[in-house]
Design a protein around this ligand. Structure first.
Ligand code: PCA
Length: 325
């Protein structure tokens, strides 16, 4: 808390000292609904920057994939079509396996472990992003991932042939290994996908199920706690290089506050949204022992596959995480 207080003071001082310069408007695409806690955190970050820089930089958020869809946000920022934006980090796993460090089943299954895993992976991820003309500002985890189904499922055998909504390589692979049929769909579009039977299941947080009111189509949520994937906010490195030192300090301060607040919200939102699913009529609870054990076996396969794909740097991340335990 002391750190935060001094950070706030430093941010305020920098802002006061900043000479008025040309005002810039930064559009910030975000993929998830405005009501989602990541979007709420992003909106506060935007306000913090706008106020802190005395309007020198005004950030305007565009949630729900309204400016760019999730899958297009990183490219838009790399190419300067938007200066800043938020994306699911593991969405880039198809470019480089390292981006999938946070979607390894059953490696880090709690908020505390997810923070340790992020500490271990952050230098590699920052370096990867920097090579792609992107500067990392902050990152916030989603709540633990569980399995949603229309019908009751108690074993992996019962998943055979079910249409499964995926959101990254790891979720598609999970579907394949459980005999389900993956179809990649952005979170902003899942309510419709479930309503029309394009998919009847997914792995996600209680938060996304709550945001998208999935109880209108699905009936079961199994608290598998498979992993906690992360969203991150990035800025185009050329744009960043052109920002005054005073404004850079404000933005860094606001990013640190956003990361802190976002983590807090993610934790608060976990219980709240699971209750929301129950109130919507869903059955929410742990998976059967058999299903849990079978999923853990699949997790071992996926861990080995990831370690092979991510090479020495991936292994170093997992080793650093394990030795922080
Ligand atoms: N919600 C996002 C990613 C992880 C999560 O909990 C989604 O389902 O797209």
């Amino acid at each position: 808390m002391k750190k935060l207080t001094s950070l706030l003071a430093a941010t305020a001082l920098t802002a006061a000292a900043a000479a008025p310069a040309m005002a810039e408007k930064w559009d910030m695409p975000m993929a998830y609904s405005a009501s989602n806690f990541h979007s709420a955190t992003g909106a506060e970050f935007a306000k913090c920057v706008t106020t802190g820089t005395g309007g020198e930089i005004e950030i305007v958020t565009h949630p729900s994939g309204s400016l760019f869809k999730g899958g297009d946000i990183k490219r838009a920022i790399q190419t300067g079509q938007a200066p800043i934006g938020e994306r699911l980090l593991s969405g880039h796993q198809n470019e480089n396996a390292l981006f999938g460090f946070d979607s390894i089943p059953f490696l880090a299954t709690s908020f505390d472990d997810s923070a340790k895993l992020w500490d271990a992976a952050k230098p590699s991820i920052e370096k990867l992003l920097a090579e792609q003309n992107l500067t990392l500002l902050y990152a916030v985890p989603w709540p633990p991932q569980g399995l949603y189904f229309k019908d009751e499922v108690n074993s992996v055998a019962e998943m055979e042939g079910i249409k499964f909504r995926s959101y990254n390589n790891a979720t598609s692979r999970l579907a394949e290994l459980t005999g389900m049929l993956p179809v990649t769909i952005e979170a902003a579009e899942i309510s419709q996908a479930f309503a029309t039977g394009v998919a009847d299941s997914m792995v996600s947080s209680g938060s996304t199920g709550y945001d998208r009111k999935v109880w209108e189509s699905l009936n079961y949520f199994y608290e598998v706690d498979a992993w906690l994937p992360r969203n991150y906010v990035m800025v185009n490195s050329d744009v960043w290089a052109g920002v005054s030192d005073a404004s850079k300090n404000v933005i860094k301060g606001c990013a640190e506050l956003a990361e802190y607040a976002g983590n807090w919200r993610a934790k608060e939102y976990t219980g709240f949204t699971l209750q929301g699913l129950r109130d919507g009529g869903m059955t929410v609870g742990p998976a059967s022992e058999q299903m849990t054990n079978e999923l853990k076996e699949i997790g071992v396969t996926m861990t080995n596959e990831w370690l092979e794909a991510a090479g020495d740097e991936g292994k170093a991340i997992v080793d650093a995480f394990n030795s922080s335990q």
